[in-house]
Structure formats: C-alpha cells, structure tokens
Design a protein. Structure first.
Length: 183
C-alpha cells in the first residue's frame, strides 16, 4: 500500500480479512489518502484506540507512520487479548495514548515487548519502519512462509480463468433462453 503512496489511516482488526489461504486482505479504504514521498498529512481520522499520538495531538503526520502505529496496536491486541490504550472517556483515552505508557504483561516474550515498544513510540522519528520491523528478531522468528502481494488494479493484469468465463457465459445464455420461454 505504502509503496503505491496510499495510506489507510483506519487500520484495525475489523478492517483485516483473511482469504481462503489465510492471507490478510485490507478493506475499508474510506479514510485512505494518497501521498507524495515526504509529504505530511493533517486530517485527524480513524478509530481513536488505534490513532497515533501525532494525529491525536493535531500535528502534521507521515501517513505510513500512523499506519505502522496502528499495526503496533493490532499486534499488541493479538498477543494480549486487549488494547494497550483504552478508556470509555475519549479525553482520558487520548491522554493515555499521548503518555505512551502501556502495560507489558508478564506472559509476553521480551522480544515481542521490544518490537511493540519500537512501534508504539510516541516519537515518529524513531518509530520503527517496515524494514526495521521485518528485520527484528521476534518478527523473523514468526515470519510468514509466503507473502502475498495481492493484485493492484491499474498496476497489474488481473488473471483470467477462461474456462470459468466460458461456464459463466453458458449459464448467462441459458438464463436468457429460459427468460424468453417464460414470456
């Protein structure tokens, strides 16, 4: 996504789907935006519990780094079963996020805590980038066997199954004949 200069800005578990091969598919690009390399964005959006501190503070932000923050929140939730920053009062929630302090349950492996802390750092200048995340010891221990890049419409040709198209065309023609017979 980021390689195509697209930022999602609302990454959360509800916007991640699994296909038949357990590949993650990102959905709901309603708050997404395009950006130019080095361009800062300013619109605060997304789900509060997953929002990066710079966005909450009303600062201009790097789109890819707010998406990385959200991925850190998702990773924490997957490993812990709860969010690092929660509060029914939005103002208090924002204070917690801006403080950058979150629980580090004892059941977490030290390497996973290190990775999460490197992602959920309030300073976007030192927050891990994708390359650093992929090189981290914990990530490499749990690295996916196969990485699906998906299909990017307008950039890649969509594979066509001509046999399936022939079956669909035959069914459509049968439907047309059946419709004419009913009239």
């Amino acid at each position: 996504m980021h390689a195509l200069n697209v930022v999602h800005r609302d990454l959360k578990p509800e916007n991640l789907l699994l296909d038949a091969n357990n590949n993650i598919k990102i959905v709901d690009f309603g708050l997404s935006n395009t950006f130019k390399k080095g361009q800062l964005l300013k619109t605060a959006c997304g789900s509060p519990c997953y929002a990066a501190p710079e966005m909450i503070a009303g600062l201009k932000y790097s789109g890819d780094l707010v998406d990385i923050w959200s991925c850190g929140i998702i990773l924490y939730a997957l490993l812990c079963g709860f969010l690092p920053f929660e509060d029914p009062d939005t103002g208090r929630l924002y204070e917690k996020i801006l403080s950058g302090k979150f629980a580090k349950p004892p059941f977490l492996q030290p390497d996973s805590i290190d990775l999460i802390q490197s992602i959920l750092t309030n300073d976007p200048n030192v927050r891990y980038r994708i390359k650093q995340i992929k090189q981290h010891r914990w990530f490499r221990m749990h690295e996916p066997v196969c990485e699906s890049k998906g299909i990017f419409i307008g950039y890649q040709k969509i594979p066509v199954d001509s046999q399936l198209l022939n079956v669909l065309q035959a069914l459509a023609e049968t439907d047309k004949r059946d419709e004419k017979l009913r009239i």
